[in-house]
Unconditional design. Structure first.
Length: 148
């Protein structure tokens, strides 16, 4: 009787170990797949998400490419649409002025912050490393290095 019980426990333990190994391999695969999907492959600046995607109750990408006069918001009319309930329809706009970039809050309900400061009616100049907060989202602004 004890031998049968010992064999059952042994097989359950081995099954648990295989299940654990499968789970770890699956997590590694999903992490690699996600990191490849979120890469930006052009010379435009981009927004890199700082939040953990799994902690957000809606779908969001790891990064978003920014073009001249790109808008970001919850509504379908925005160039970058993110279904965050704390974003306005067209929450903010990214503007290229000469060789520099700026962000403009589009009179959003909850506002936009750059490096912890609320931006109002004037465009706020951006540089690589600036932190942008809109709704529940935290982004870092990144300009690619252009080699001449």
């Amino acid at each position: 009787m004890y031998e049968i019980l010992a064999n059952i426990i042994k097989y359950l333990f081995v099954t648990a170990i295989y299940f654990f190994m499968f789970s770890i391999i699956r997590l590694i695969y999903l992490d690699i797949r996600r990191s490849r999907m979120g890469t930006i492959r052009d010379d435009n600046p981009y927004l890199k998400l700082l939040n953990r995607r799994n902690d957000l109750p809606f779908r969001v990408e790891e990064s978003y490419s920014i073009q001249d006069k790109t808008t970001l918001g919850r509504g379908a009319e925005a160039d970058i649409t993110i279904p965050d309930p704390f974003l306005s329809g067209v929450h903010m706009q990214f503007i290229k002025e000469d060789d520099s970039w700026a962000v403009l809050d589009n009179n959003s309900t909850n506002g936009t912050m750059v490096n912890g400061d609320s931006i109002q009616k004037e465009p706020c100049a951006l540089k690589t490393g600036d932190l942008i907060k809109a709704g529940q989202l935290n982004f870092i602004f990144v300009e690619p290095i252009v080699e001449e």
